[in-house]
Design a protein around this ligand. Structure first.
Ligand code: PMP
Ligand code: GLU
Length: 402
């Protein structure tokens, strides 16, 4: 019998399934079997999309004008509104011609990496990194190279590390701040230090993923694309999934130098075309409206961060730090490696996350997929009640390991 697997491309065979999505799928499967699973694996707001944005989508349908293909880079009024927001809030000199709206920031990142990658090119990725950066880079034919921050510096890399890692093959650097998976935020001083290094390397592009911009507890978001020295070679990625609780609507965007924006438009035009028309109309209203719902969600995340830090500090062997944004915490749990319960031996973070899923019925994601095999990622985009119950269960099952 023909094994279709033998016909798949090497590119796809070598691609790993997104670990965040894989773990969430496992959790859903167990849930459907009637098991009481608490999912802390997916990075997804547990809030509903604010009402006025929902209404905007209904209005767009009622207008009877938005059923056809949208322009590939997005509706012009949305691109103008995004450019205006980036100038006003972020200090990024952006115009509509710099903006490409896509089906989620994930597609935005893929467009950019596909547009700039040749074989032999290296993309320098700050680790711990968001899972898809590595696989998108490899898929695009470039080589991901990792620079890793340590927990003592809240997992942030330093300017010296960056300087040491850049080579003539470096095409771009890629990082998120606030970060997925660590929740860490680069301060203005830290961004300035990175800029000083980057000034020495004028051919290196900067891809700044700012999708957690609004979920920032450090008192201010700093966009690297606002610095004069690097603004003409920075690509700012952002989107609606996190700050507006719109994961399923699938709207993300970039602001990029015009030639790169055009390249992304060409890629997108061949692969998916313009993003969903109704979602774009809702996104326009979201970006022009009062940000109070977003502020309220962020306040709630701060509260939950306090709860989870408190509960984690009560579990022996779990090393934490203070995340300043997003809704993740990324504790070092390597203390448990080599320990066992009955026949189950915990060799690494993959084993530990499976053990926690099977025994505590809580899904978290192994740090392996984020380039940090000593940690696990816990999302606290969940109700306080679920966070408390999940951490109680995790504490209990970890105490059973000897
Ligand atoms: N970047 C980061 C750092 C993320 O955590 C996510 C989460 N999905 C994305 C990009 C992609 O977001 P989306 O495609 O939902 O806009
Ligand atoms: N970005 C989220 C996460 O890291 C959503 C899942 C995904 O797109 O990978 O969990």
């Amino acid at each position: 019998m023909l094994d279709i697997n033998t016909l798949l491309s090497d590119r796809v065979t070598n691609m790993e399934e997104s670990a965040t999505i894989a773990m969430t799928r496992k959790a859903r499967e167990l849930k459907s079997q009637g098991i009481d699973i608490i999912s802390l694996s997916i990075g997804e707001p547990d809030f509903k999309t604010p009402k006025h944005i929902q209404e905007a989508a209904k209005d767009a349908i009622d207008e009877q004008k938005y059923f056809g293909y949208s322009p590939v880079p997005g509706y012009m009024d949305l691109r103008e509104a995004i450019a205006e927001k980036l100038q006003r809030e972020n200090g990024i000199p952006s115009k509509a011609e710099n903006i490409v709206v896509s089906t989620g920031a994930k597609q935005s990142i893929a467009n950019v990496i596909i547009s700039i990658s040749n074989p032999g090119d290296e993309i320098l990725i700050f680790a711990p990194y968001w899972v898809s950066y590595k696989d998108i880079t490899e898929f695009a034919g470039a080589t991901p190279v990792f620079i890793k921050g340590t927990i003592d510096n809240d997992f942030k890399i330093t300017a010296d590390q960056l300087d040491a890692a850049i080579t003539p093959k470096t095409k771009a650097i890629l990082f998120s701040s606030p970060s997925n998976p660590t929740g860490s935020v680069f301060s203005r001083k830290e961004i300035e230090d990175l800029v000083i290094v980057l000034t020495k390397y004028p051919n290196v592009l900067i891809i700044a993923d700012e999708i957690y911009e609004y979920i920032n507890f450090s008192g201010g978001h700093v966009s690297i694309g606002s610095f004069d020295q690097v603004k003409d070679r920075t690509i700012t990625v952002n989107g609606y999934s996190k700050g507006f609780a719109m994961t399923g609507w699938r709207i993300g965007y970039i602001s990029a130098p015009v030639a790169l924006a055009k390249a992304c438009e060409k890629v997108q035009g061949q692969i998916t075309s313009g993003a969903n028309s109704i979602a774009q109309r809702a996104a326009l209203v979201a970006i022009k409206s009062d940000m109070e719902p977003t502020r309220l969600m962020t306040e709630e995340y701060i509260q939950r961060r306090g709860v989870i830090l408190d509960l984690l500090s009560d579990i022996p062997g779990v090393k934490t730090y203070m995340p300043s944004g997003a809704f993740y915490i990324f504790p070092d749990i390597s203390y448990y490696f080599g320990k066992s319960k009955d026949q189950v031996v915990i060799k690494d973070a993959n084993d530990l996350s499976i053990y926690i899923l099977n025994e505590a019925h809580v899904s978290v994601v192994s740090g392996d997929a984020f380039g940090a095999p000593e940690a696990i990622r816990i999302s606290y985009a969940a109700s306080e009640e679920n966070i408390r119950e999940a951490l109680k269960r995790i504490k209990e099952v970890l105490s059973q390991l000897n």
